[in-house]
Design a protein around this ligand. Structure first.
Ligand code: FES
Ligand code: FES
Length: 100
């Protein structure tokens, strides 16, 4: 959050209108969400950032170019889902949020 001033400057312009490039996802929060997942269960991570049920999809991506990302839990325990939506290792946090 110390760098948020810089990040805001960089992101201040509209994200559309550059001729078909990827639209920026909405940053739900600049930190991961810790979720207790269960082995054998599937989870749908919100990629657009607009869901009210973070970090999971609630259908709010409709009308955007984003679709949720499925996560199949292999073991029961805590998982850290990306909240900033800028991770390179979807759907898990890879630390990218620190530079936003
Ligand atoms: Fe964000 Fe569905 S609400 S991907
Ligand atoms: Fe998105 Fe950490 S919360 S990379």
């Amino acid at each position: 959050s110390l760098a948020s001033g810089t990040a805001r400057l960089y992101r201040s312009g509209p994200s559309q209108g550059h001729g078909g490039g990827m639209t920026e996802p909405t940053i739900a929060q600049k930190a991961p969400y810790k979720v207790a997942v269960e082995a054998g269960k599937s989870y749908w991570w919100c990629a657009c950032g607009k869901s009210a049920k973070q970090p999971f999809c609630d259908g709010s991506h409709k009308g955007t170019e984003f679709t949720p990302v499925k996560y199949d839990a292999e073991k029961t325990g805590d998982a850290w889902f990306c909240g900033c939506k800028h991770t390179a290792k979807t759907p898990m946090c890879d630390g990218t949020h620190k530079g936003l």
